[in-house]
Design a binder for this molecule. Sequence first.
Ligand SMILES: [Zn+2]
Ligand SMILES: [Zn+2]
Length: 818
Amino acid sequence: MPEFCDVAVPVPLDMVFTYCVPADATPIVGGRVLVPFRQQRMTGIVVELHDRKPSVTTKSILRVLDRTAVLDEQLLHLGRWIADYYLAPIGEVFRTMLPLSAEFQRSIGYRLSPGGQMALHQAGLSGSSSRSRRTPEEQAAEFRVLDYLAGCESAPGKTDLIREETLRSATHVSKTMLAGMVRKKWLAREDVSAPRAATRTVTIAVLKSAEGKLNNNQRMLVDTLAASGGRVPVMTLQALELPRTTLSTLVRRGLVETVEESAVFTVSRSKPRPSLFDFDLSPAQQSALTSLREGIVTRKFAGMLLHGVTGSGKTAVYLAGMRGVLEAGRSAILLVPEIGLTPAVAADLHQIFGEEVAILHSALSDRDRAQQWHRIRRGEARMVVGTRSAVFAPVADLALIIVDEEHDSSYKQEETPRYHARDIAVMRAKMANAVVVMGSATPSLESYFNAKKNKYALIELPDRIEQRPLPEVEIIDMRQEFRETGHEQVISRKLAAEIKERLDHKEQVMVLLNRRGYSPVVLCRTCGKKLECQNCAIALTHHKREHKMVCHYCGYTAAVPQVCVHCGSEYVYFLGTGSEKLEELLHGMFPQARIARLDRDTVRSPRDFERALNALNEGELDLLVGTQMIAKGHDIHGVTLVGVVGADAALGLPDFRAAERTFQLLTQVAGRAGRGQTPGKVVLQTYFQDHYAVQYAARHDFVGFYEKELQFRCWMHYPPYSALANVLVRSDKLDDALEWSGTLGRWFETIRHEAVRVLGPAPAPILRLKRDYRYHFVLKSPSREKLNTTLRAMLAHAAQKKIPRTQVIVDVDALWLM
Ligand SMILES: [Zn+2]
Ligand SMILES: [Zn+2]
């Protein structure tokens, strides 16, 4: 066995750490080990075993956690590539790739120290110490802790280590109090983190015998067990609403036994939709499927961009492709945007692929996620469907990765490592000689550009299924509406008339306003100041129903002001309209209509999202108001009118992707109209009616938009013509943020000639966010390699200047420059 192993530990440092391998341990590359790190124990991934003695003294690994690798050769390679490309610490990359945190319980334990024994003894003698500055309540609480620990004696004079959670729930004390007792040397504190079983268990009641005298309750329970083959989870028996003692009595009498079994994960408790789609493909779909299958059998990398208008049936192509992969005994991964994976979709997939499907999404508990991961790893589930991180699923013999709605911004992780799942999918497919399909009605500029450059094959689905027409779009110029009516209108006369007409015909309507809350701004007419968040340079939004002011960035809340908080004036005005107010307005205008709202305030989980869509589908709703959530790829046949009330506000923002995002949103929301028998219509209200993003969206002209936008990107040296990175320097102290950004700015001056353009330092568009002051640099270079080299050198310089690594955020291929 080699003497040393290099371990990637999940800490924000761009390095691996060398540990000794003890004689009795056999770590493996790609497996997890428990190691001491500073004062803690951590799980890391072994990346190399070697005999090169490091110059510094090394500690030993504490325990080998895996006998087989959890990251195979390819995933290790992918992880290294991510760390390199995104300049992310390798240990943090591996942690992101492995959803196994539930298998390791981080915990602190306490035991009584001699000082504590003494204190307890003295408290017993004198009641309490009179010199103490502590309140009687605090003294009583401390006494409870000492007394409790003294009672947990395992051997004479030695008490057990008690987990913090156990101790706190037994004695009702705060963490601060425990920390204080450690400082006084009354308690000893130790890290007791340990691996735990990955699988959730359930208690099963097993019928042993039905003989003997039983009362009514006992009889009911025994009969239920017998009727279900003698084994039923105890949870399920609760539906009988019997007293708890019924079961325990039967167990005591030996008639029923309870056993722990590892829980079988249920993909979805929802019923699949009855209209499960057929694989009756149109000629265009069939031809797309043929290209995809041809790519798969060659076992060579191929990238395909499936550009299909809204309603053209891309999903049918995906699922038919996956089914082919399954029949060939290979594996496929389908990535979907965050909100796309509702329980009903999961149920549909289960119906199609049976037990071969694994679902990975953010609403799963850590344990369920770990369990799904193991099913995939063992080869039990070869069809993986999930959000962003499912791109790391440990499938064997990967044949196909599909990225649905590839332009969706939820594929980009906005924390370290700041990876883009679409780009990882492409890289992983390359490593695995697999096919990657990116699908969208509004492909990202980058993907379409790559397709045009023949890096990807471009597959078009130009028509809606069954030759349904795309909806007609009418643009309403809101400046003119203002001139003609003399009022700032939320809903134009035209849109109001159209809504009324649809409602009269019992047709359904969606109205998009991409801003939640009631009023986005509270302004004082006397001093002109806005009510801002305490932690961010952001106006607080009024939420009427919750009766509070909320920061949409950090969650800070404040009371609704009666007078100006700055000058005390009574002339405070609530300005602007959010989705909550729009809903209220529509209620006022159409009192008979059944109206619901879909935004982050009404949707807390995919289940809420699904409930609202189901209501619309079942005809229980007439009108759905919402933010961009209503634009996401769902298929409601009764909607014939889409009103767009505010979707162009982004065009006023200092962000080079604003036009692209607006075009995508307008096209996607327009795509919700007329998916059934009746043709659809879109009424698009805008203040930017001449803007090309609005004009091309109204004409459903993706290619026109693409060409125009590409010209702008070319002139401005933005992606796809340049590789771009955003470097953000942040600190809760303004002086530090200024000094550090100055330091880096001076350093960037010295590398001027390196073919990397550096803009900045400049205050970030949101100068203060979550208490941090923020300054940023935008780096652009035609050479990805030069950009990467510069960023790496910049980080080295920052480290040399003692700027903390966590305060310099490098965002390669940033989607947001805010
Ligand atoms: Zn004021
Ligand atoms: Zn805030």
